[in-house]
Design a binder for this molecule. Sequence first.
Ligand code: NAD
Length: 269
Amino acid sequence: MGSQACAAARALVASAHRITVLTGAGVSTDSGIPDFRGPDGLWTRDADAGLGASIDSYVSDPAVRRLSWRAKLDSPVWTAKPNAAHKALVELERSGRLRTVITQNIDGLHQKAGSDPHRVLELHGTLHATVCLSCGATGPMRDAVKRVAEGEEDPDCLRCRGILKSATVSFGQHLDGEVLRRARLAVLDCDVLLVAGTSLSVQPAAGLVPLAAKAGAQVLICNAEPTPYDDVAAVVLHEPVGEVLPDLSSVPPSGGGRFSSWGDPSTWS
Ligand code: NAD
């Protein structure tokens, strides 16, 4: 990490008082969880792999649900361990500068690494829970996966027999309105938005980047490949997040000490 862009990224982080981070699947590839659109991504290797990812096909086609449950049996998420990128964000939080981690990931690795769960906004939900599409009952994913391992191909809701699904946001489903509201506030109330390991091709998550830039935040994008929002960023690094984030989290603040912000405007009286 010696380029001019790296030096500019370090200077941005050094001067930052309120950092919001937006992460994507690229932050977890070093933990053994493949992304979708990277060079080794699930959808890059198999163009049909994403066909069952819509809520319509999940609801209407039992074969899609069976495939989805079978895939969960072997998911790398259950055994994945946080990597250097997740741990670096924990360090940045402990330095007092990182306020919020907005993640598109569903693997729970930020919390597993030690990020304060109250500061982590899971825009696309979590794979660690299930939800019934009829009655809304939620439960631990491990219970459903156990039923699949014991022979049920399409486990249903034990309360109302409705269709059970992971508590993740599929294509065609709305994001949780409250989580999205808090994510928007977090990008409006930061001086630096650090974007890491995302192709920025999924909305409304990607739209948080121009929103932050319009509100005056400096945007720092770290992704292996170019993104559609590189032109709104103050600094772009096409480097591995497992190297960049530890380097950035080790940057001491230039102003020294802690500071306060106005916080969440909805709490102002
Ligand atoms: P994406 O697959 O569209 O993009 C990932 C980006 O990260 C790619 O551009 C890739 O080049 C880059 N990348 C991969 N490894 C990297 C590394 N070590 N260093 C730097 N860059 C790296 O993923 P996305 O933008 O997050 O959007 C895809 C959707 O898929 C999200 O909604 C997410 O919920 C879901 N998803 C989540 C997981 C997970 O929870 N770990 C895994 C796959 C997909």
